[in-house]
Ligand binder design. Structure first.
Ligand SMILES: Cc1cc2nc3c(=O)[nH]c(=O)nc-3n(C[C@H](O)[C@H](O)[C@H](O)COP(=O)(O)O)c2cc1C
Length: 186
């Protein structure tokens, strides 16, 4: 659903939104997954440290089910219909054990790049913080310095997807933002 912007934006920005209704008949191929990760890989980062790490899983794979199992109850109602569940993690320390203060910021930028590339490919992304990060770390035996940040549901939006009533209502609810005035520090 397009954003009601106060000035025209690039369609990739104005038309990005986070649906819950995904096309269960859509499958994502290797080249598309590579393209999404490539967009993320070329994001800027502090000192070019590139702290983002990716764990892509496709519907039908055992790893997809394991990642879906770690989602919050509400997210598990819809996200497993996406074609791809992608864990975004951040390596928060460098090879000498020094903290990377901007690791989460950088990982968010990688996510933003991926989201725009997905839009360019006719796909939608719904990012999720609602999942059990420690369960994911254990299930996938992540290194201690790599911390799960978000899980991204990626797929083709299906406006006719069947959703529980409370989620279906949110698909068509007006999208809102804080007024610009409230965001500008004076
Ligand atoms: C870091 C992050 C965590 C989020 N976690 C969840 C989540 O667990 N479940 C969910 O349904 N949406 C989640 N969202 C989606 C936001 O609710 C959504 O982006 C926001 O309401 C704005 O809507 P829009 O993306 O359609 O513009 C998350 C988004 C971000 C960026």
């Amino acid at each position: 659903m397009s954003a009601n912007t106060i000035t025209p934006l690039h369609p990739l920005l104005a038309e990005r939104w986070s649906p819950r209704g995904f096309d269960v008949d859509h499958a994502i191929d290797d080249a598309t997954v590579t393209g999404l990760l490539e967009a993320a890989r070329w994001a800027p980062s502090a000192n070019n440290s590139q702290p983002w790490r990716f764990l892509p899983t496709r519907r039908g794979e055992a790893a997809f089910d394991r990642l879906a199992d770690a989602l919050s109850d509400n997210n598990r109602l819809w996200a497993p219909t996406a074609s791809l569940l992608l864990l975004l993690a951040a390596e928060t320390e460098d090879e000498r054990g020094r903290t990377r203060p901007w690791a989460l910021y950088d990982t968010g930028q990688a996510a933003a790049a991926l989201v725009l590339q997905a839009g360019h490919l006719g796909l939608h992304v719904h990012q999720m913080g609602g999942f059990d990060a420690s369960a994911v770390s254990t299930t996938f035996a992540l290194p201690e310095t790599v911390h799960p940040v978000t899980v991204l549901a990626v797929g083709r939006h299906d406006p006719a997807a069947t959703l529980p009533d409370h989620l279906a209502a949110r698909e068509t609810a007006p999208r809102t933002r804080l007024a610009m005035d409230t965001l500008i520090l004076r």
